[in-house]
Write a protein that binds this ligand. Structure first.
Ligand code: UD1
Length: 328
């Protein structure tokens, strides 16, 4: 198997690159390095350019042909919700443009298979059913341009299936965190766990945004998925695309277990040994109270399930954080 990984130098992409390399498969990486570094991809062939740029279709087609690419995993995207609200056209240009160019090149180079990084953001602010779990077929009403670009990306792949015979699968990630290897930590600092580390590093207590949500302890509940489990889901998705019988197009990738912000922060304090209790701030705009995956589809159809829980997620994230920050 020779797999083109668009955005393969990023946090999640680099985990998939390394898993493929461990299995003896070839990974070829394209990345613009806007949010990543090349040191994470070992000896994978690497090309740096803007996938949404004017020459991307030609460059991608050449790479696909030269490396005998048989499948694409498309991570490359801008992913900051607040930035997407402030710069919607830029998010459409980048996230939709890069995927359109990729699908065009796949058609030209006759590459059939694509795994697309989608997001629980396609669900927006969902009505939570009685069992508390979000299934794939609930209404999709993204509430920001970031989520809209992910939803439209899914349509684009479905359209390419109908028009070109592309085979695609969309993985809707819930809250990705942790690290599979100490040198592949999340370089971003916006999400809850790294944001808590940043504050602890400064000697400040982690911040909790809102304690008045309609949840058991008043803080938002999320489904935290270990990045190495998520990477394994991509390999399962690539195998799925080989099957003749593919009953589903999109899968939630989550554990089915929710943790509140307070619970996550408590785990962060345990792992880091930081003793000061968290500070409470007001709500952050646009946060749904609860987002936990119904993962029965991916479990039954792909045979995938998460191996790591919250303790592994936080301890591996902290080990990677120390690896990066003690070295610098
Ligand atoms: C994240 C991603 C989003 C993705 C979604 C999938 C970002 C900014 N958001 O959203 O792209 O589609 O998962 O479900 O990358 N919090 C605090 N204190 C902090 C930081 C966060 O209390 O210092 C709270 C937030 O208000 C939220 C929860 O922690 O309630 C999780 O926040 P975050 O880690 O940013 O993830 P999501 O917003 O759920």
């Amino acid at each position: 198997m020779s797999v083109l990984i668009n955005g393969g130098a990023g946090y999640i992409g680099a985990h998939v690159v390394r898993l493929l390399q461990e299995r003896g498969e070839q990974a070829v990486v394209v990345d613009d390095l806007s949010n990543s570094v090349t040191g994470r991809i070992g000896d994978a062939p690497f090309f740096q350019f803007d996938l949404a740029g004017d020459s991307a279709v030609q460059q991608l087609t050449d790479i696909m042909r030269n490396y005998g690419v048989t499948a694409v995993v498309h991570f490359a995207a801008k992913k900051r919700v607040d930035e997407s609200v402030a710069r919607p056209a830029y998010y459409y240009q980048q996230n939709i443009g890069s995927l359109a160019n990729t699908l065009e090149a796949m058609q030209l180079a006759e590459v059939r298979d694509i795994v697309f990084s989608s997001s629980a953001a396609v669900y927006g602010m969902p009505e939570v059913p009685a069992d508390g779990l979000i299934a794939e077929d609930i209404p999709h009403t993204p509430i920001n341009p970031y989520g809209e670009t992910k939803y439209i990306g899914e349509w684009m792949i479905a359209d390419a299936e109908r028009a070109y015979g592309t085979r695609g699968v969309c993985l809707r990630y819930f809250n990705v965190a942790g690290s599979g290897w100490d040198d592949l930590g999340d370089p971003g600092i916006m999400n809850l766990i790294p944001a808590a580390f940043v504050r602890i590093e400064r000697g400040e207590a982690p911040a909790i945004f809102g304690t008045d949500y309609p949840t058991p302890d008043g803080t938002c509940v999320r489904d935290y998925i270990h990045v190495k489990d998520l990477a394994a889901a991509h390999l399962a998705a690539l195998e799925y695309l080989q099957r003749e019988d593919r009953p589903e197009f999109a899968f939630n990738v989550g554990t089915g277990q929710g943790y509140s912000v307070s619970e996550v922060v408590a785990e962060v304090l345990t792992v880091t040994g930081f003793a000061t209790p968290p500070v409470v701030r007001g709500r952050r705009a646009g946060d749904p109270p609860q987002l936990v995956a119904d993962n029965s589809r991916i479990t039954s159809v792909l045979g995938w399930s998460a191996e790591h829980g919250l303790a592994d997620i936080v301890s591996s994230a902290w080990a990677a954080w120390r690896h990066d920050h003690d070295a610098s």
